[in-house]
Design a protein around this ligand. Structure first.
Ligand SMILES: Nc1ncnc2c1ncn2[C@@H]1O[C@H](COP(=O)(O)OP(=O)(O)OP(=O)(O)O)[C@@H](O)[C@H]1O
Ligand SMILES: [Mg+2]
Length: 350
């Protein structure tokens, strides 16, 4: 058989492997690259749509088995890489930043900043290029939670983000005295958001997260006016009031045509550190049920964890301090779900 015929057989076998999230086979989705055949040895690259792909193991195994099932194949080697798709934007602003993701909620104190910081760091640990903009102008908590401080330099008229635990960070907190409250009105706020977002040399980024203040106020409006978001991640706690406010936030983003990437349920259960028993802290599944009803992706739940809170207080995110803890594992899962949701949303628009 000719080399081309063998290659064709490999591609036909691989085209039977379907990515259940993209609902496309891996060949037509352009994920199979560099097929190389040497006798009974086949090597190819599987290019995932994010280094944090939750289906990584499944896809690699399925692809390997598909090729192994060919009679003449003796050995298969799969290289795995990733290329995050770029969201489609009508305005050509910030071309090096592939996806801008807002992290919001209706209610205050539900854990937006904690979740934003940890998933940003988690995605960077998994190999993505990540930035985090502290969009909470009145209460910038990101510098403290990451343990990062300093005056960003200005190079070529642009602000250079600070670097922390592998991610690039910008916050109004780098410029103001932490003890002095910011008392600005809408237009000043808008200008501040614009400068912190658009006048920063972010460089190449797969994901730029924007940690929002609670509610549906000025910053949220400014943000959706200034740039097109790849989507919004909504954080809630399981209580009905929090969920009710989170759904208001969902409506606000929907009105501005921002895709909803999904909802994260924070502080929903507690795992006993002694016996490992899981205790639900509120009636189970109300958030998950609401997501199913509204066809919103449920991005996962994060336990109540004193260690997570302590990590935030000392400026060391739990995914750095205790990456093997239950709460860190839950955060990694959420991070993967967010990345998958971004890829699916971006690809469905292109
Ligand atoms: N899963 C969790 N377990 C325990 N404590 C948590 C958890 N998530 C967040 N916290 C704690 O709850 C408090 C509020 O969290 P955080 O600041 O992230 O909320 P927020 O939604 O960003 O608040 P704000 O609306 O003020 O911006 C912090 O002290 C944080 O450490
Ligand atoms: Mg916050």
């Amino acid at each position: 058989m000719s080399y081309e015929a063998l290659r064709e057989q490999v591609l036909t076998a691989l085209s039977k492997v379907v990515d259940p999230e993209l609902r496309r086979d891996i060949v037509s989705a352009g994920m199979v690259k560099d097929v190389h055949i040497d006798g009974g040895f086949v090597k190819f690259t599987l290019e995932l749509t994010t280094p944090a792909c939750p289906l990584r193991e499944y896809l690699v195994t399925a692809a390997r088995q598909a090729v192994e099932s060919l009679e003449w194949v003796e050995k298969v080697e799969v290289d795995v890489t990733a290329r995050v798709p770029q969201q489609v934007r009508s305005k050509a602003s910030m071309p090096l930043v592939k996806n801008i993701i807002a992290v919001g909620s209706g209610k205050g104190g539900v854990g937006k900043t904690t979740v934003a910081v940890n998933i940003a760091v988690a995605l960077s640990q998994m190999g993505a290029k990540v930035g985090l903009l502290d969009g909470d102008i009145y209460g910038p908590n990101v510098p403290r939670m990451l343990g990062v401080q300093g005056q960003p330099k200005i190079v070529g008229g642009k602000l250079m983000p600070l670097s922390s635990w592998g991610i690039r960070v910008m916050s109004i907190g780098f410029f103001i005295d932490p003890d002095t409250p910011v008392i600005w009105r809408g237009p000043m706020l808008h200008k501040a958001v614009e400068q912190l977002l658009c006048e920063v040399e972010w460089g190449e980024l797969d994901y730029l997260f924007v940690d929002l203040p609670p509610g549906t106020g000025d910053v949220q409006i400014s943000l959706t006016q200034l740039i097109e978001l790849a989507g919004a991640v909504i954080v809630t706690t399981p209580q009905d009031v929090a969920l009710y406010d989170a759904l208001k936030s969902v409506s606000m983003f929907e009105k501005t045509k921002t895709p909803i990437l999904g909802i994260v349920e924070n502080m929903s259960y507690f795992v006993c550190p002694n016996c490992g028993h899981r205790t639900e802290m509120f009636p189970r599944k109300s958030v998950e049920d609401e997501c199913a009803k509204r066809k919103i992706r449920y991005l996962g739940s994060i336990p109540f964890s004193p260690e997570l809170s302590v990590g935030s207080d000392i400026g060391k995110p739990i995914v750095v301090a205790e990456p093997h803890s239950q709460v860190a594992i839950a955060l990694y899962e959420v991070a993967k779900q967010v990345a998958a949701s971004v890829s699916i949303t971006a690809l469905s628009q292109s």
